[in-house]
Every structure is written in structure tokens, then in C-alpha cells.
Design a protein around this ligand. Structure first.
Ligand SMILES: [Zn+2]
Length: 368
């Protein structure tokens, strides 16, 4: 039986359906797992995404882009291939793509997490023959704390800063992580303000029906913001620029799965690192593969060699699905957008160096 998906120079292509999933280039027809810049690129002829993610995708790829939607679980037949979209738990509207054709079922996970997230539908396992999984954190060292424990850490940091008259600057990806953090923290501690890049997505979330606490936009020509009580949510790109001077004395923290590694925190000069990710941790990846029931697994994005090897040791037919040539810059790599987006590759290299090989002992546990 021929494969239902193959890697082409434009990305993951379904020959019988004549469409792409998360294409790297402009193609006539694209199914989009979620709106992060490395999965959703502007300029395609026609888009299909999960209905809850339509406004977020539109904010990213432009007002004129033709976007069709499917509700979670609803199906559509494209050139004989039955297509449906199922919650991936990564951010608002993120979906796994299920394809069924000639008796075979494939599922493309996109990015996903198993942890609860108040801003999006939770991950749902989708039974399939072939599961295409991401592996951003596909090393055994990556294990996350429960969201409530992370929220308690962040609240404690914010409260301590507030009592000392310091602003609390929390750096996070502008789409997904920033909104999730706003929904996780205790908004009674003080005011929440956000950078314009975050606010753009906060507005798309609100317009999509997601409840978030009050968040004020930092005015473009502000001279001084807050009185040392605010939680300031901003993309990592503000680091090193003058924008942070608006908040006077401040503690700067980064919220990312990469914060598990002390070396990354130290080199980047944050006061604090909160280990919180919108990707599955290592046990989560294994659990998702198992829940899919797939006998064949194609691994992409991140530590794909390691995860594929572990899955083979468990008796599965697992291999790395080659994606974009390593070292090739994404078309939008130079834009501010991608710098704010998702988990960037320079950090991957940093942390791979830190781990010093797959079998190295974890350098530390997440901050208590
Ligand atoms: Zn993503």
C-alpha cells in the first residue's frame, strides 16, 4: 500500500488528496495544524484549519486568506481522502489531522501537549495505523511539573516582586504560551499588562470566545508603566532592548520547556526560569504514541532520532521523517514573528550541548 503522505520540497504532501499539511512553501491547498509560524505560512491558495483556530490563523496569515474550517471531529472528503481535525492541546485551534484512504488511517499530530490548558481543548488520542508525531522534547530528561505547581511558582515570584516594588516581566511566546500564562496566574496579585505582539493574540483569543483576565496593552509611547506591581507579559525579543526600561526595577523570567536546563538560563541572563511548555514532555510523547495504537510511527521536529530509537526498542516500526534541510533558514526566519514564535532552533542546539548526549544524567530537576 503506498504511503498516504510523503515529504516533498514544499512539505508533507498527500498524493491522492492533492493537498499539503503545514507546507513550507506556498501551495494551492494547505491543511494547517496550528498558527505558529513554522506551521502556517502565508500565501497558500486555500487553507483548512480547525474552527476554533480560524481567527488566530487569520491574524497570522492575513485578512484576505481564504480559510475553510472543520469543527473538531467533523469530516470532509478531499479527492477521496477523508479528512478530520482533532484537538492537539497545543494552543487555541491546534489540531491533529486524521486522513483516511483506501483502508489506511494516518494521523499527523502537529505540535501537542497532554497537560491541561484553560485556553484550548485538550489533546484527544485518535486511533490510527500510522502516527506522525513531533518530538521537540524527545529526550528522557524532559519531564514537566503539573500546571498547578508551575502556576504556584509564578504567583509566588510575582507576589514577592510586588512586595519589593519590582515589576515582574515574564517572557513567553506571543501566541499560545502568553495567553495560557495569563489564564494560569492569580490575577488578584496585581495588574497584568502585555506587549503589543501579545495583545494582538489576546484579542484574537477573546474574539474566539476564550476567557482571559483583564490585560492592559502597554501604550506605544509610554514613558513609565506600572508602579512595580504589574505582571508584564512580553515576547523574548524584547530582551536587551530599551522597551524593558519602561518598567523600572524589574525581575525578568522566561517561561519555556528549555528552562529545565540551567546552562540555557545562565547564558541568556534571566533572573528566573519557569519550566512550562506547550509541547508534550518525554513521557507525554510516549503516552500519545501508545494511545494512538499505531504500529508505525514517523517522528519529526526535535529529537527525532532519539524518540524513534526508543520506539523501535518498544517494538514499533519507527523512523525519522525528514523535514526541512537542517541549516536552511525558514523563509520568515528574519522576521520578528518567528523570533517570538515557538521553540527556536538556536535553543535546541544550546540545550543539546548541555545534555551532552542522550544518556547523560539530567543536569538538574526543575526549579522547586
Ligand atoms: Zn507550535
Amino acid at each position: 500500500m503506498p504511503d498516504l503522505l510523503e515529504v516533498t520540497e514544499s512539505g508533507l504532501y498527500c498524493p491522492p488528496g492533492d493537498f499539503f499539511v503545514d507546507p513550507w512553501r506556498r501551495v494551492p491547498r494547505a491543511i494547517i495544524t496550528h498558527a505558529h509560524a513554522d506551521h502556517a505560512r502565508p500565501g497558500c491558495g486555500r487553507y483548512l484549519c480547525a474552527a476554533p483556530g480560524k481567527l488566530v490563523l487569520r491574524t497570522r496569515i492575513g485578512a484576505a486568506a481564504p480559510i475553510d474550517t472543520l469543527r473538531h471531529g467533523e469530516s470532509l472528503t478531499i479527492n477521496g481522502v477523508r479528512v478530520s481535525l482533532h484537538p492537539a492541546g497545543h494552543l487555541l485551534g491546534s489540531a491533529q489531522v486524521r486522513l483516511e484512504h483506501a483502508g489506511a488511517t494516518w494521523v499527523v499530530s502537529g505540535d501537542y501537549k497532554l497537560q491541561a490548558d484553560p485556553t484550548c481543548a485538550g489533546f484527544e488520542p485518535v486511533p490510527c495505523d500510522v502516527f506522525v508525531t513531533e518530538s521537540t522534547f524527545g529526550l528522557p530528561v524532559y519531564r514537566w511539573q503539573e500546571p498547578a505547581a508551575i502556576a504556584a511558582e509564578i504567583n509566588e515570584w510575582w507576589r514577592t516582586n510586588r512586595d519589593a516594588g519590582r515589576s515582574s516581566v515574564l517572557l513567553a511566546y506571543a501566541l499560545g504560551k502568553a495567553q495560557r500564562l495569563a489564564a494560569m496566574v492569580d490575577a488578584s496579585i496585581g495588574p497584568i499588562v502585555a506587549h503589543g505582539a501579545v495583545m494582538k493574540m489576546v484579542e484574537a483569543y477573546r474574539a474566539s470566545g476564550v476567557r482571559l483576565p483583564p490585560i492592559d496593552r502597554v501604550p506605544p509611547r509610554a514613558r513609565r508603566v506600572g508602579d512595580g506591581r504589574a505582571l508584564v507579559i512580553a515576547p523574548p525579543s524584547v530582551l536587551g532592548g530599551s522597551w524593558l526600561n519602561l518598567f523600572g526595577a524589574a525581575s525578568v523570567a522566561m517561561a519555556s520547556g528549555w528552562m529545565l536546563l540551567r546552562g540555557v538560563r545562565r547564558r541568556r541572563g534571566f533572573d528566573r526560569g519557569f519550566v512550562v511548555s506547550d509541547h508534550a514532555d518525554f513521557p507525554g510523547l510516549l503516552a500519545a504514541v501508545e494511545a494512538s495504537g499505531a504500529r508505525r510511527v514517523l517522528v519529526t521536529h526535535g529529537f527525532s532520532d532519539v524518540l524513534a530509537r526508543v520506539l523501535r526498542e518498544r517494538g514499533l516500526d519507527a523512523e525519522v521523517l525528514p523535514t526541512r534541510f537542517v541549516g536552511e533558514a525558514a523563509p520568515d526566519a528574519a522576521t520578528e514573528d518567528s523570533a517570538e514564535d515557538d521553540d527556536d532552533t538556536s535553543t535546541v542546539h544550546d540545550q543539546a550541548h548541555d545534555v551532552g548526549g542522550v544518556d547523560a544524567a539530567p543536569p538538574e530537576r526543575p526549579a522547586p
